[in-house]
Design a protein around this ligand. Structure first.
Ligand SMILES: Nc1ncnc2c1ncn2[C@@H]1O[C@H](COP(=O)(O)OP(=O)(O)OP(=O)(O)O)[C@@H](O)[C@H]1O
Length: 359
């Protein structure tokens, strides 16, 4: 999987810019706020049809302009592929593959396998369970199309069930039959998602532990656990048991939309007890494991985006990461860093071709 050229028009701070990439390592270097992360985000956009950093699509259009266009030429399995993502104010976003617009963006997910490692990953540790579920979902969906479809269906029934609970409360009424239809549908989709998440984590957790131990040289003991209501009970039963609670809350309080991942260091939550460097190592291991998993499932090396990852890590950990990516296992890598010299010294240790883009 290779991105050969990237052309940007009115994307964030870029007015008009073309990059011609190396097939192995590419570094964006320059001062704070110059657009290094924006360049990586444009590449992310080509894979996921959205920004990793700014969920408000319109805010990705350069200030004062009417549209943006991100145009990437890839080589995948020796075939040329052109992906264009564009957005015009007042219109819907368009994603095209070789000139043909996708009807559903979900069809594009997984076509350009990509993993990003960024300081924004900290949200996985500090934010609520929603962020961690999105992480699991995005990893599985990249290699399993039906997972995403089932998840979309589950969420649709969930919001219908929530609307019904609100309706019951507002109108002081209740209809067990209508609710039972939603419960049954939620159980079907929910069980399928739970099974896939469980299977995924069975493979993923050992890869993650191996990656973490390699980065930290096994200095501390960490763990990752999957938490779900569905371990104890069947979803249909749980929905019945929680009916009174759900009626009072006017939303559904149990189900796979409450699943979580628990991150532990020496048995304690990493959010409270991990140092910044340990948290960063944890997140990098998580993302490298994501890389390994996608590669294992799809047979294609994902594009790897490393946004500002060298800060806060001691020299040992930096060299461990470098030795990890200095391996044919990895494909094309994009790095952003403020220090041109540091970056060049680091990439020279990787015995691969590279290009440095001074922004
Ligand atoms: N829609 C937009 N229009 C114009 N400029 C924008 C837009 N969105 C973001 N920017 C600008 O992009 C810049 C931030 O770019 P980016 O995050 O890529 O910086 P960076 O080079 O990675 O910096 P750092 O080293 O601090 O991480 C800011 O100056 C911001 O004002």
């Amino acid at each position: 999987m290779n991105l050969n050229t990237l052309s940007l028009v009115n994307y964030k701070n870029f007015e008009s810019q073309v990059f011609d990439f190396d097939s192995k390592i590419n570094c964006f270097v320059g001062a704070n706020g110059i657009g290094k992360t924006n360049a990586l985000d444009a590449i992310y956009h080509l894979a996921f049809g959205k920004s990793y950093f700014n969920p408000v699509a319109l805010q990705n259009i350069r200030h004062g302009e009417e549209f943006f266009v991100i145009d990437g030429s890839f080589t995948k399995n020796e075939r040329k592929e052109k992906i264009v993502v564009s957005l015009k104010r007042g219109q819907k976003k368009v994603i095209k593959r070789n000139g043909k617009a996708y009807e559903k963006f979900s069809e594009h997910i997984g076509f350009i396998p990509l993993v990003i490692i960024s300081p924004a990953d900290r949200n996985l540790i500090i934010e609520g369970s929603d962020t961690r579920r999105k992480f699991i979902d995005s990893v599985i969906s990249q290699s399993d199309k039906s997972y995403l479809t089932t998840l979309i269906s589950y969420n649709k029934v969930l919001s219908q069930r929530n609307a019904l609970l609100k309706y019951f409360a507002l109108n002081n009424t209740f209809n067990a039959d209508t609710l039972a239809v939603y419960n049954e549908q939620m159980t079907g989709y929910g069980n399928e998602i739970f099974k896939k998440r469980e299977e995924f984590l069975k493979i993923f957790i050992p890869i993650f532990l191996q990656r973490y131990n390699a980065i930290s040289l096994s200095k501390e003991s960490i763990n990752l656990e999957y938490k779900s209501d569905l371990f104890q009970n069947d979803l249909n039963q749980l929905l019945d048991q929680n009916l009174n609670k759900d009626k009072a809350l006017q939303y559904t309080s149990v189900g796979i939309h409450k699943d979580d991942l628990v991150f532990l260091i020496d048995g304690f939550p990493i959010k409270k007890f991990g140092s910044q460097g340990q948290q960063k190592s944890f997140l990098i291991a998580l993302k490298l494991a994501q890389f390994d998993f996608i590669k294992q499932q799809s047979g294609v090396s994902p594009i790897l985006l490393l946004d500002d990852i060298f800060d806060k890590l001691d020299e040992n950990r930096v060299s461990q990461i470098i030795s990890l990516v200095d391996d044919d296992h990895f494909g094309q890598i994009f790095i952003s860093d403020t220090h041109a010299d540091r970056t060049e010294n680091i990439v020279k240790q990787i015995h691969q071709s590279y290009k440095l883009f001074k922004l």
